[in-house]
Design a protein around this ligand. Structure first.
Ligand SMILES: [Zn+2]
Length: 327
């Protein structure tokens, strides 16, 4: 078969040339595969397999490899061909229902693990068709694997989600959680508020120099206080940062004096002290006068009593008694 060998060598399909020498593809025992007595035709044309570089190499040896083409080639079905499941395997692993079935339909390698993580945890566990019993759904918590089976229409996952919501379940970010785990998630979801504590502003070198200059004018270091009515706040206000009297106080305490008072404050304090002393003195005098008044009052009462007794002794009645006695 020189035509077939030449066709394989340059990687081009050589089927047509060989067709006359070999039986038709349908009759080839390699194309029709038997499994459990069932027959089907390989859905992929064989010349597409021959385009596969791996196959081309395997058969490049010569005409002897050609005869191997007649053997069954199951690997040929791994391309885009539909999967055929052995009935026995189907009994062992029944096809999943509902979301799992949908997920399996477009499953890529490694997708199952992700699928499990993203919480497709609602399954239709209704009794099989023809069997008696209520249609039910099963929910599995993605956190603690707790299960809950509840009545729900067959295959209605929207309804199942609604019912789960009423039961306290929640699906957040593709993760289904039972009421307990959802409560725990919410408790942990409270993000602690981080207060940005920025350092308090500090005076610039220029501002410090200005404070020093003004303090030199307004602070009396010998008296240890501001002259006249100046204060830290006044200095800060004059220098243009009225909200920062603390800057002035810091520099004043470091280089001038601890007392933030001034002459006016000292003068007023002295006046207040003098007035308080006078008040105390007057209060003392008042107390003495009160005592004196009470003593006078007592003396007056005593004198009034003795006057009454004298009058009784020298009054008109006593005179009359004396006149009677004389007569
Ligand atoms: Zn849970």
């Amino acid at each position: 078969m020189p035509a077939a060998v030449a066709g394989d060598a340059d990687g081009l399909p050589a089927r047509r040339g060989r067709g006359s020498a070999e039986p038709a593809p349908q009759a080839d025992p390699g194309t029709a595969q038997s499994w459990d007595g069932a027959f089907w035709l390989d859905p992929q044309p064989r010349f597409l397999h021959d385009l596969c570089p791996g196959r081309g190499r395997g058969r490049g040896g010569g005409g002897a490899g050609r005869s191997g083409g007649g053997a069954p080639r199951r690997a040929g079905r791994s391309g885009g061909a539909p999967r055929h499941i052995h009935p026995f395997a189907q009994r062992l692993h029944p096809p999943a229902r509902g979301l799992t079935a949908r997920a399996n339909a477009s499953q890529q390698p490694g997708e199952r693990a992700r699928e499990r993580r993203t919480g497709m945890s609602i399954n239709d566990v209704s009794p099989a068709k023809g069997q008696r019993g209520q249609a039910r759904m099963q929910a599995i918590c993605d956190s603690c694997m707790q299960e809950e089976v509840f009545p729900c229409a067959r295959g209605d996952f929207a309804e199942a989600r609604r019912k789960l919501g009423l039961r306290g379940w929640a699906e957040v970010g593709g993760t289904l959680r039972c009421p307990t785990c959802e409560a725990r998630r919410r408790a942990h979801a409270v993000v602690p508020v981080t207060v940005a504590t920025e350092a308090p502003p500090k005076p610039t070198r220029e501002q410090k120099r200005q404070i020093m200059e003004l303090l030199g004018e307004s602070y009396d270091t010998t008296a240890g206080r501001y002259r006249k009515g100046d204060t830290d706040a006044v200095v800060a206000e004059v220098l243009g940062f009225p909200q920062r009297p603390g800057w002035v106080a810091q520099i004043r305490e470091e280089f001038f004096g601890a007392d933030g008072g001034n002459d006016e404050i000292a003068s007023l304090s002295a006046q207040i002290a003098a007035l308080q002393a006078a008040e105390t003195k007057l209060e003392k005098a008042l107390a003495e006068l009160c005592q004196e008044r009470e003593a006078l009052h007592r003396d007056a009462a005593t004198m009034a009593a003795s006057l009454a007794s004298i009058r009784a002794a020298v009054g008109p009645q006593a005179l009359r008694r004396a006149q009677k006695g004389a007569a």
